[in-house]
Design a protein around this ligand. Structure first.
Ligand SMILES: Cc1ncc(COP(=O)(O)O)c(C=O)c1O
Length: 337
């Protein structure tokens, strides 16, 4: 991103979305236009029309996370072609983040239609289950790759274990991809059934094209932070909405489901149970985290402070004070703020 953005350039992203991308952009002095997409009129995604409406003379990049973290919305072939057209017409770059592509039943690459304007980015963390190994890829034409080389920060290279694993995963993918995809689709059905049983909750994008979905609980009166905290006490990890949204974080939780069926069933059971008890409290449960939400967001979102990712993990320290700087497996460290 550093190679393509200069001070004052614009980038269009979505909210909800994978906020780390816009955090990076801000770090390089970009003006971020985070388009609100949490509504069914736009099918919970940054549509070509919304992108057009938000382009101005400073816009340099449109960031398409497809399928979208957290909602699992994805693009049709026509929409993808339209984005390619926009990039050509308005002299823009498209950052096509296809990290969750392999979970989608159908998926289309914008690079096919606008190769000279597209940076396709991919992580091995999700479908290959290699999150701790820190390996991903950028695919683009040689001319677009050239400026990227100038800002490579990983001088010592990616470790050999990750590279061997990633190559093996690519070579064997055909053998297991269908099974993983079908399995995650089946898991979604279990979750949907549980969500349908809780009045006031719904899944905005169903089925999701990723291995995650949002579950909207706004009309139940239950706060996502309270729910995620209660889940955590039962050793079930889900994300509160504010992890992927600055504007709609009070509406939903995000759930990942590329896990064994039995674990999804445990989630389903506990979702019904917890929502039942929390609804009875009618929002009276004020979790300490909720009162410091603003502060948390301040630390989490503006550019520079958080070098890698904000971790919410079990520590003797206060949640707000803990920044996880590295990643699991290797290169780990922390700082107490
Ligand atoms: C859309 C998207 N892109 C990229 C990444 C980065 O993946 P990694 O954990 O491999 O850095 C994530 C991780 O959650 C993501 O959701």
């Amino acid at each position: 991103m550093h190679s393509y953005i200069e001070l004052g350039d614009g980038i269009i992203t979505s909210d909800p979305g994978y906020l780390i991308i816009e955090n990076f952009a801000r770090r390089f002095g970009a003006k971020v236009t985070s388009v609100h997409i949490y509504n069914k009129e736009c099918s919970y995604k940054l549509t070509p029309k919304l992108a057009r409406d938000n382009i101005d003379e400073k816009t340099k990049i449109i960031s398409l996370i497809d399928p979208l973290n957290p909602l699992g919305s994805s693009y049709t072939k026509d929409e993808i072609k339209e984005f390619a057209k926009i990039a050509e017409e308005r002299d823009l770059y498209l950052l096509h983040d296809i990290t969750y592509r392999d979970f989608a039943k159908k998926h289309y690459l914008v690079a096919k239609h606008a190769p000279e304007r597209t940076l396709t980015i991919y992580s091995f963390s999700k479908i290959c289950g290699m999150a701790g190994l820190r390996i991903g890829a950028v695919v683009t034409v040689p001319e677009m790759m050239e400026p990227l080389k100038a800002v490579i920060i990983n001088d010592l290279g990616t470790n050999a274990l990750s590279q061997i694993g990633a190559i093996k995963a690519l070579k064997t993918k055909k053998k297991w991809i269908k099974r993983v995809r079908e399995h995650t689709y089946e898991n979604q059905k279990i979750i949907k059934k549980a969500v349908d049983e809780v009045e006031g909750s719904f899944i905005p994008v169903y089925p999701s094209n990723a291995n995650m979905m949002a579950i909207d609980i706004y009309n139940t009166g239950v706060f996502p932070d309270d729910l995620t905290e209660c889940f955590l006490k039962r050793k079930i990890f889900v994300r509160q909405g504010s992890y992927t949204s600055r504007f709609y974080g009070d509406r939903y939780i995000r759930l990942s489901f590329s896990i064994p069926k039995e674990q999804v069933e445990v989630f389903a059971e506990n979702f019904i149970d917890l929502m039942g008890s929390l609804k009875k409290l009618k929002g009276k449960l004020i979790h300490p985290l909720r009162s410091c939400q603003k502060e948390t967001i301040l630390y989490h979102f503006p550019a520079a402070e958080s070098p890698a990712r904000f971790g919410r993990v079990s520590t003797p320290f206060n949640y707000r004070q803990f920044f996880l700087l590295g990643t699991p497996l290797h290169r780990i460290g922390y700082c107490i703020h």
